[in-house]
Design a protein around this ligand. Structure first.
Ligand code: SF4
Length: 379
C-alpha cells in the first residue's frame, strides 16, 4: 500500500487545553477554567516564536485538545494567522480541527473553512442517548446529527467521526445502530475506539469501586470484528487498528507521521514533539506552561534520546497496528535490524496462528492480528 503522507516534512500539533466539562473516560489534558484562554493564547503565540527558526515547513496541522471548537472564531483566526507568519504551509497542507458537536453551527463552520481548515474531526462517540450520558458527554445525539449535516452544508468534504465501543451497558445492537447512523452520512473517515479507562479518570475510579465492569475480551473481540466487517462492506479501508477511511486520499496524513517516526512539533501543555530520535514533551499543566513561557523559557518538562533499540521497538509496535505493516528492507536500513532473522521463530508461530503474513517484502498483521495488535508488538 502506498503511503499518502509526505515522508520527511514535519507535522504541527497544537493542544488547546480547555473543555467546558470533563468526560468521565478522558485522560487528555484539559481544564474547565475558560477564563485562562487569553493567557494561554498569548503563551502559545510566544511558543510559536520560540520554534520559528528551528522548524520551517509543515504539511499537516492538527488542532486538537481539549476542545478547540470552544474557542471563538477570532481566537482561532489569530492562531492560524500566527502559524502562517511563523512557518511555511505548502498549498496541499492537511489542516484538521477537532470539534465537539455542541459547538458547531453553519456560521462557525464556514469561518473554519475561510481559515483554511480542510479536515473536520467530530467527537460523536455514540448516537445512543444512554451511552452519551454514561460517558458524560455534553452533547446529544440530535446535536451530533445536526453537526454532521451542518458540516456538509458548509462545504466540508473531508469529515472524520470518532466513535467509542465497548461501553458498559452497550450491547452489540446498540453499537451497530450507532455505526449504521454514522455510515449513513458517508464520512470520509471513521475512528472506532474501544473504551479503555485509566485508573485516574472518574469512570476509572467508579470501575475500581465495582460500580460496573467493562465487556470481557470475547465481546470486545466481537465488537472489533463486526466493526471491521461492516465497514469493509460499506467500502471503508481499515488502515490502522482503530481507523477507517473511504479512500487512501482521506487517510489521516498527520497521524501517519506519528506512526512513521516522521518529525512533528507539538505546542501547548502536555504536547509531545519528535525529531530524529529525540522526543520532548511540555509540562502537563496550564499554569506551569504559561509561567515558563512568560519567563522566556521553553515549557519543556523532559527530553529523551531514544536508543536504536527503543526506536526499533516503537516502529514494530506502530507498524503492526497498520494494515500496511512493516517494509522489511526499509526497516533493516532505518533501524539496523534484520527482523526476519532476529524474530524467525516467533514470526513463524504468528504466521501459523494466522496473526501476521509476509507479503511483497512486508510484515503485515492479518485482521485477527490487528484485533490483538498490542500483544503482537511484544514479539
Ligand atoms: S473527551 Fe474531549 S471533550 Fe471530553 S474531556 Fe476529553 S478532551 Fe474534553
Amino acid at each position: 500500500m502506498k503511503d499518502s503522507a509526505t515522508p520527511d516534512v514535519a507535522g504541527l500539533y497544537i493542544h488547546i487545553p480547555f473543555c467546558r466539562t470533563r468526560c468521565g473516560y478522558c485522560n487528555f489534558y484539559s481544564v474547565t477554567s475558560l477564563f485562562r484562554i487569553p493567557a494561554f493564547l498569548a503563551a502559545l503565540m510566544k511558543e510559536m516564536d520560540m520554534y520559528s527558526r528551528k522548524f520551517s515547513i509543515f504539511d499537516t496541522v492538527y488542532i486538537g485538545g481539549g476542545t478547540p471548537s470552544l474557542l471563538h472564531v477570532q481566537q482561532l483566526r489569530d492562531i492560524f494567522q500566527k502559524i502562517e507568519k511563523s512557518f511555511v504551509l505548502p498549498p496541499n497542507t492537511e489542516i484538521t480541527i477537532e470539534a465537539n458537536p455542541a459547538d458547531l453551527d453553519i456560521s462557525f463552520l464556514k469561518a473554519l473553512q475561510d481559515m483554511g481548515v480542510n479536515r473536520l474531526n467530530i467527537g460523536i462517540q455514540s448516537f445512543d442517548r444512554q451511552i452519551l450520558a454514561f460517558l458524560e458527554r455534553r452533547h446529544t445525539a440530535e446535536q451530533a446529527i445536526y453537526a454532521i449535516e451542518a458540516a456538509r452544508n458548509a462545504g466540508f468534504d473531508n469529515i472524520g467521526l470518532d466513535l467509542i465501543y465497548g461501553v458498559p451497558g452497550q450491547d452489540m445492537a446498540s453499537w451497530l445502530d450507532t455505526l449504521s447512523v454514522a455510515v449513513s452520512f458517508h464520512p470520509e473517515h471513521l475512528s472506532c475506539y474501544q473504551l479503555t479507562l485509566d485508573a485516574d479518570t472518574s469512570l476509572g475510579i467508579r470501575r475500581q469501586k465495582g460500580d460496573f465492569s467493562l465487556p470481557g475480551d470475547d465481546l470486545q473481540y466481537d465488537f472489533f470484528m463486526k466493526t471491521a466487517d461492516i465497514l469493509k462492506d460499506a467500502g471503508y479501508i481499515h488502515y490502522e487498528v482503530s481507523n477507517f477511511s473511504r479512500d487512501m486520499r482521506f487517510f489521516s496524513r498527520h497521524n501517519q507521521k506519528y506512526w512513521n517516526h516522521t518529525p512533528y512539533l507539538g505546542l501547548g501543555p502536555g504536547a509531545h514533539s519528535f525529531v530524529k530520535g529525540q522526543r520532548w514533551w511540555n509540562y502537563r499543566s496550564l499554569e506551569k506552561y504559561i509561567t515558563e513561557i512568560e519567563a522566556g523559557k521553553q515549557p519543556v518538562q523532559e527530553m529523551e534520546s531514544l536508543t536504536m533499540e527503543q526506536l526499533q521497538l516503537e516502529a514494530l509496535y506502530l507498524g503492526l497496528r497498520t494494515k500496511r505493516g512493516i517494509n522489511i528492507s526499509k526497516f533493516a536500513g532505518r533501524y539496523n535490524c534484520d527482523l526476519i532473522a532476529q524474530k524467525e521463530k516467533v514470526l513463524k508461530r504468528l504466521q501459523e496462528e494466522g496473526l501476521v503474513a509476509i507479503q511483497n517484502g512486508c510484515l503485515r498483521p492479518t485482521l485477527s492480528g490487528l484485533a490483538v495488535a498490542d500483544s503482537l508488538s511484544l514479539i
